[in-house]
Write a protein that binds this ligand. Structure first.
Ligand SMILES: Cc1ncc(COP(=O)(O)O)c(C=O)c1O
Length: 398
């Protein structure tokens, strides 16, 4: 059979992360590539007890459910959102199959092929895949460690009249950077003035190393304007477990209703069982305490990786210390191509994601993303040693 694939899929690049993960299945391979949480920190017992409690109550969790998601969980999440200054009702929220699906649904309801979406530079790899799949013109706004640069955003808004601006303002992927209050406010105001909806993607906001630090979401900041410009999405993937595939989006009721229409066509609803397990878990398990434990452990792992990298004294390697999240974004010596380096690194038994994957166009090739949450102890020590060796040999050769 000769399949004539639609151009929307034929032209989409496969994810570099997935391709690399395929290479890193071997036991001896130390992977700093995937954005994987630490398995030993999964709340296994709490999930098990939540599931047992659920099934002791009957069979409802195995039945079809609402497209918008299990109402008690939406109510619990509304209460959690309110603690962060985001005040919504359950009908302003939809539960999704991970926040990844929220990105996809929003793109379906707000954009046509050829429309422009503004993104950070660099930005989340899998959002680029969604934007490509739906034929969007991806335009990157100049960005630094404090967020998108408003003057560039303003110029690009004027030039392209974008349909959407996508951002991860708190502990971005791949950079780990946090937008300053000034940038949050300026970008928000620009978008409100120009009628550009913002998709604020916040999977990592809870994973902060200083538990007292407060980073108000753009959604919360917009409550004063009441503009409704921000659609906010988050997930249980990093705070409980990714396999439960439960995320949520909040925003203007009309947008949420449209997303529900698109979701009906996509998968009718996300797993009732997973949502009801999470609802039980939120009732009986101190999730916020658990988040503190994860965040503190990830903070330690981040410091450990930094220390090991410093000890290796790799010439020309630099990074900015992240204040939360799961990644360290490093710049390699000028002119070094991290994709070529990756091939050398894999032969040494270590993997990372080359930075070029996180740019729509004109990648900065001497960059890489290192995940520090999945490994610890001797694995991190050996991984950094292998990486340093690969970089040294690679630079000596080229
Ligand atoms: C920035 C960002 N958004 C969204 C997601 C999707 O997460 P999930 O679909 O598991 O909720 C991820 C996952 O790594 C991410 O890094």
């Amino acid at each position: 059979m000769e399949f004539r694939f639609a151009s929307r899929v034929a032209d989409v690049k496969s994810s570099a992360v997935r391709d690399i993960l395929k290479l890193t299945q071997g036991k001896d391979m130390i992977s700093f590539a995937g954005g994987l949480p630490a398995e030993e920190l999964f709340p296994v017992q709490a999930v098990k007890e939540a599931a047992e409690r659920l099934f002791s109550q009957g069979t409802g969790a195995l039945q079809y459910g609402l497209t918008e998601g299990y109402l008690p969980l939406r109510e619990q999440l509304c209460a959690r959102m309110a603690q962060k200054g985001m005040h919504v009702q359950p009908d302003e929220m939809i539960l999704t199959t991970g926040s990844q699906q929220a990105i996809s649904l929003l793109v379906q309801v707000l954009t046509e092929p050829g429309d422009t979406v503004l993104v950070e530079r660099p930005t989340y790899l899998a959002c680029l895949q969604v934007f490509d799949l739906y034929g969007l013109n991806i335009v990157a706004v100049e960005s630094d460690e404090n967020g998108m640069i408003p003057e560039d955003a303003e110029r690009l808004i004027r030039e392209h009249k974008p349909k959407l601006l996508y951002a991860v303002p708190t502990f971005g992927n791949p950079t780990g950077y946090v937008w300053s209050m000034e940038r949050r406010t300026k970008i928000l105001n620009l978008c409100v003035q120009n009628g550009v909806p913002i998709l604020e993607d916040d999977p990592y906001g809870d994973i902060k190393y200083d538990e007292n630090a407060v980073y108000p979401s753009m959604f919360a900041l917009d409550e004063k304007n009441k503009s409704g410009a921000v659609i906010y999405t988050s997930t249980f993937s990093k705070t409980v477990a990714p396999a439960l595939r439960t995320g949520w989006a909040i925003g203007d009721k009309r947008v949420i209703q449209m997303m529900a229409k698109a979701k009906q066509a996509a998968d009718i609803h996300s797993s009732s069982m997973d949502q009801q397990i999470l609802s039980q878990l939120l009732k009986h398990f101190p999730l916020d305490e658990h988040i503190k434990v994860i965040s503190s452990s990830y903070g330690e792992r981040m410091h450990e990786m930094q220390k090991l990298l410093r000890e290796q004294a790799i010439e020309g390697l630099s990074w900015i210390e992240p204040k939360g999240g799961m990644f360290l974004w490093a710049e390699l010596p000028e002119g070094l191509d991290a994709e070529a380096l990756l091939k050398a690194a894999v032969t040494k038994g270590v993997a990372f994601v080359p930075g070029s994957s996180f740019y729509g166009k004109d990648p900065q090739r001497n960059t890489m993303r290192l995940n520090f949450t999945h490994n610890k102890g001797i694995r991190t020590v050996q991984g950094v040693e292998r990486l340093a060796e690969a970089i040294r040999e690679f630079t000596a050769r080229s």
